[in-house]
Design a protein around this ligand. Structure first.
Ligand code: AR6
Length: 171
């Protein structure tokens, strides 16, 4: 059994050939903008078809589908919290997105999973705080034999993740 690895990269998550990419979706699971829109565009209409059958998803939970035309084999759809200032359980919900996605990765025996910065776009979660929850949560889960990739979409977000990762690794 190999221990988990964590890589932090900049790129378009829809282009990654991994076992699963994680989608920052909404409660309907019927598509939207941001990374959700990009994933549906590349995956094609069959993804929306399968999502319709899932009957939505609660905030902090995750559901798995096939990847269709994506290079990734699967998509794990999770619903991050909308940022309301931090007093509405946002941190707990965000951590739960990462934990539930990793639970599915284990259940389906996936070897590689790529996460975007869940809730950091339209949902307004402060980047530094979200990165800390993302990295801390996957470190705590200690998933065996899993390659975890944080795929960030801007230089700015990349450097936030790199800084937070360095801080957490030193402790
Ligand atoms: N690859 C990697 N990261 C990306 C990509 C991409 N192709 N495109 C955007 N990002 P967001 P949220 C980054 O808004 O905040 C949707 O409408 C983006 O720069 O996609 O969780 C859903 O349907 C940001 O850092 O997701 C929901 O309604 C991060 O992905 C709502 O948005 C997340 O931004 C979810 O909002």
């Amino acid at each position: 059994m190999r221990s988990q690895t964590i890589d932090i990269i900049m790129g378009d998550i829809t282009q990654l050939s991994v076992d699963a990419i994680v989608n920052a979706a909404n409660n309907s699971l019927l598509g939207g903008g941001g990374v959700d829109g990009a994933i549906h565009r590349v995956a094609g209409p069959e993804l929306l078809e399968e999502c319709r059958g899932l009957k939505g998803c609660d905030t902090g939970q995750a559901k798995l589908t096939s990847g269709y035309q994506l290079p990734a084999k699967h998509v794990i759809h999770t619903v991050g919290p909308i940022w309301y200032g931090g007093e509405e359980g946002e941190a707990g919900h965000l951590a739960s997105c990462y934990r539930d996605s990793l639970r599915l990765a284990e259940q389906y025996q996936l070897k590689s999973v790529a996460f975007p910065a869940i809730s950091c776009g339209v949902y307004g979660y402060p980047a530094e705080q979200a990165a800390e929850i993302a990295i801390r949560t996957v470190m705590e889960e200690k998933s065996n034999d899993l390659s975890i990739i944080f795929c960030l979409f801007s230089e700015e977000m990349l450097s936030v993740y790199q800084r937070v990762f360095k801080g957490l690794s030193e402790n």
